[in-house]
Design a binder for this molecule. Structure first.
Ligand SMILES: Cc1cc2nc3c(=O)[nH]c(=O)nc-3n(C[C@H](O)[C@H](O)[C@H](O)COP(=O)(O)O)c2cc1C
Length: 279
């Protein structure tokens, strides 16, 4: 499939695996990229380990992949140096304002993406020259905005507010979610939770097991200082397993290639099942 997003990123299928700190390492990111989507190498707090993961991802896939750059980390300058040295082509920023670094990345031929949770943030990002915005609703796993807006509400508003391509994220798990996102004005989707439980994910077997067991009502938003994170409820699983509401759809640990094939194969069925005639 071809649209503005796939052309900009050089990918076949408009499905992005969202960066997941310590969970989406080289194995997962390369598997998604090898399956025609865009894998994103997640953060590693240790910069050396993170650098190694970039090198490994380059070895494991010849297809485009993205690197997640957390702006809250103290060593952003060193990380940018590594990104430039390693010839990374796509960077997803999060956890801060990327306006001071967008130009430097773009001058090196890098496409920049940023995660937003309001239309105001999306417009600001467009103003500072971001290439693509990821509109993430509060259904998602991981860090969420304090004032949660659902994907259904956020995506059409962001699509109306900016002219750069919009990627929908939060609560998307299959071809139905992909088609719905197109209807809302997005050019593609980003999924985290669905890939968190995949074979190639670096989450532990016990962690994956909890995701399989979790129903859509088994997550909550935890407040940790200024941050809010969607996690599996404490009474169900003590500890802090970040996952999204769409965990309710995950029933087995699958290979990334099977997840991606199912999405692509079901697009026609979903489209053929839509027959809206209101008059
Ligand atoms: C375990 C976990 C860790 C995550 N870590 C990050 C992160 O470090 N940076 C980031 O931008 N997004 C992070 N996310 C968000 C994902 O990249 C993605 O946008 C989100 O999971 C999409 O919603 P979904 O979980 O409903 O599919 C994380 C999500 C999960 C589930």
């Amino acid at each position: 499939m071809k649209n503005r997003l796939t052309e900009m990123l050089g990918i076949e299928t408009p499905v992005i695996q969202g960066g997941m700190i310590e969970v989406s390492l080289s194995g997962l990111a390369s598997a998604v990229s090898n399956a025609g989507g865009l894998g994103t190498l997640g953060q590693r707090v240790d910069i050396k380990l993170w650098h190694d993961e970039i090198k490994k991802t380059k070895d494991l896939t010849g297809n485009p992949f993205a690197v997640n750059l957390g702006l809250y980390l103290g060593d952003v300058k060193e990380r940018i140096k590594i990104i430039l040295e390693e010839g990374v082509k796509i960077v997803v920023t999060g956890g801060g304002n990327p306006s001071a670094i967008i130009r430097e990345l773009q001058d090196a031929g890098i496409k920049t993406m940023h995660v937003v949770s309001t239309t105001e943030q999306a417009k600001k990002m467009e103003d500072v020259g971001i290439d693509i915005v990821i509109a993430e609703g509060g259904e998602s796993g991981g860090i969420v905005a304090k004032n949660i807006i659902s994907t259904m509400v956020l995506v059409p508003l962001v699509a109306d507010a900016v002219s750069v391509p919009v990627v929908a994220a939060g609560g998307i798990g299959d071809a139905r979610g992909l088609i719905a996102s197109f209807a809302l004005g997005a050019q593609g989707v980003q999924m985290g939770t669905i890939f968190e439980a995949s074979v190639e994910s670096s989450a532990s077997p016990a962690w994956k097991e909890r995701i399989l067991k979790a129903r859509e009502c088994d997550t909550m938003v935890n407040e940790a200082g200024a941050l809010h994170a969607r996690v599996i409820k404490e009474e169900i699983f003590p500890g802090s397993v970040m996952t999204g509401q769409i965990a309710g759809m995950v029933t087995k640990v699958e290979k990334v290639s099977d997840i991606m094939t199912r999405i692509v194969d079901n697009v026609d069925t979903v489209m053929n099942g839509i027959n809206v005639q209101l008059k």
